[in-house]
Write a protein that binds this ligand. Structure first.
Ligand code: UD1
Ligand code: CA
Length: 417
């Protein structure tokens, strides 16, 4: 643990530009609220303390904040400087370095922030900013440099004149402060701008005017520091995060035939030598074993737990279901609230009718079952070990081990099928 390090996560804003009733930081990137990634990043830096500043719909946002994170509530959303001020109560008694992270910057990497902190400490600076060069800097605060090319301020887009707007170096928002310098400058910030907000970025010119040491560190990959303000940016971040998730899987030994059309959420697990075919959606809380073949056009939803050597083919949806080893379901299926055993063959068009309009019910399919094409299993129902169903069977009663059921509603054949 770094005893001299505290982290503040700003996440109180409404996110007006999202045009949403959901607070911005709760919008999902690859199936996870963006704030979740920022909280993970904060923990990965091993600080003495983390404070999250919440405001808009804070009860809802708090669900994404683990208990070990302190929460400060910003009652009036009057700007990023005010948000930081509110959080300082929770940092009493601590001294040293304070890093500011933004809840709407979810792609940032640990190494980058580590590098920022290192640079800050080496120079013994009052503040070290993470900056980026952008071809299209619109929307971001621009970094002002004096004639010695030292950082001397930040001008927000709303306040920027045409000359400022031409500046390509932007403020990512991520800053590393000496705590004392931060506290002393915060008190001097005024809301004398078009938005009538207290801008954290004003702290820079305040420190500069006092002769403070301000460092800027440029990030190599500007994408990492992208702030999400609109749904257009949300989609961009999703794309970037998706390619990272897919690459991580490929590097761990999973084949993805077309990463551009494969959508795997944060938190999904896939074992080595599995192959994922195009247009497959794998949502959060899905586990896939080793040597499986999934897709094309498969959708695995939450609670799909697929054991080793399973083949799930095209056009199927699986949710809250465990699929045993060596099982096949190659074409058109809906399998939900179901436990499927090992070495089961599920024919084309099989459906578990799990919902009766009021409640959901379970289906159990034991080992070595053969489900004929177009079978409907009306849950709750159990299909016994080694049993079979005929094509088009509508199974409304349990099938004993080794028996065959056919017809609508399905009846059990007397002889062993
Ligand atoms: C901010 C920076 C801008 C920078 C950009 C980087 C300021 C004034 N501007 O602009 O220089 O280029 O981020 O992405 O800091 N928040 C609060 N309380 C508030 C207002 C905001 O907690 O009262 C939080 C938001 O939830 C968000 C973060 O602070 O997580 C940034 O706020 P946002 O309104 O998105 O700032 P930008 O306009 O993007
Ligand atoms: Ca922002």
């Amino acid at each position: 643990m770094d005893k001299k390090l505290a982290i503040i996560i700003l996440a109180a804003g409404k996110g007006v530009r999202m045009k949403s009733s959901l607070p911005k930081v709760m919008h999902k990137v690859c199936g996870r609220p963006m704030l979740g990634y920022v909280v993970d990043l904060a923990f990965s830096l091993n600080p003495k303390r983390i404070v999250a500043v919440l405001g808009h719909k804070h009860e809802l946002v708090r669900k994404e904040v683990p208990a070990r994170v302190r929460v400060a509530i910003q009652k009036r959303l009057s700007g990023t400087a005010d948000a930081v001020k509110v959080s300082l109560k929770e940092l009493k008694g601590l001294s040293g370095t304070v890093v500011i992270l933004y809840g709407d910057v979810p792609l940032l990497k640990r190494e980058t922030v580590k590098g920022l902190i290192k640079r800050h400490l080496e120079n013994n600076a009052d503040v070290t900013l993470l900056t980026a060069d952008l071809k299209k800097p619109k929307g971001y605060g621009r970094v002002l440099r004096d004639k010695y090319s030292s950082v001397c301020g930040i001008v927000e887009e709303k306040e920027a004149d045409d000359f400022d707007k031409d500046i390509k170096e932007i403020n990512t928002g991520i800053m590393c402060f000496n705590k004392k310098s931060l506290e002393s400058a915060l008190g001097k910030v005024r809301a004398d701008n078009k938005k009538k907000e207290y801008y954290l970025t004003d702290v820079i010119k305040i420190l500069y005017s006092r002769g403070g040491l301000i460092e800027g560190m440029k990030i190599e990959d500007a994408n990492e520091a992208m702030g999400i303000n609109s749904r257009v940016e949300l989609a961009k971040a999703n794309l970037l995060m998706q390619s990272k998730i897919n690459e991580d899987f490929m590097l761990k030994g999973v084949s993805i035939i077309d990463p551009g059309s494969t959508f795997i959420n944060y938190g999904a697990k896939i074992g080595q030598d599995s192959v994922i075919y195009p247009f497959t959606v794998i949502e959060s809380d899905v586990k896939i074993g080793k040597r499986c073949s999934i897709g094309p056009f498969a959708r695995l939803r939450e609670g799909a737990h697929i054991l080793d050597d399973v083949t799930l083919g095209n056009f199927l949806e699986i949710t809250r279901a465990k699929i045993g080893k060596n099982t096949f379901a190659k074409h058109f299926c809906y399998i939900a609230d179901t436990r499927v055993g090992n070495s089961v063959n599920i024919g084309a068009g099989t459906v578990t009718a799990n919902f009766d309009g009021l409640n959901k019910h379970n289906t159990v399919i034991k080992d070595k079952v053969f489900i004929g094409s177009d079978t409907i299993m009306v849950a709750p129902v159990k299909v016994g070990k080694g049993s079979k169903t005929g094509a088009g069977a509508v199974v409304i009663r349990d099938i004993p081990d080794g028996k065959t059921a056919v017809g609508v509603p399905a009846r059990i054949l007397k002889k062993k099928g």
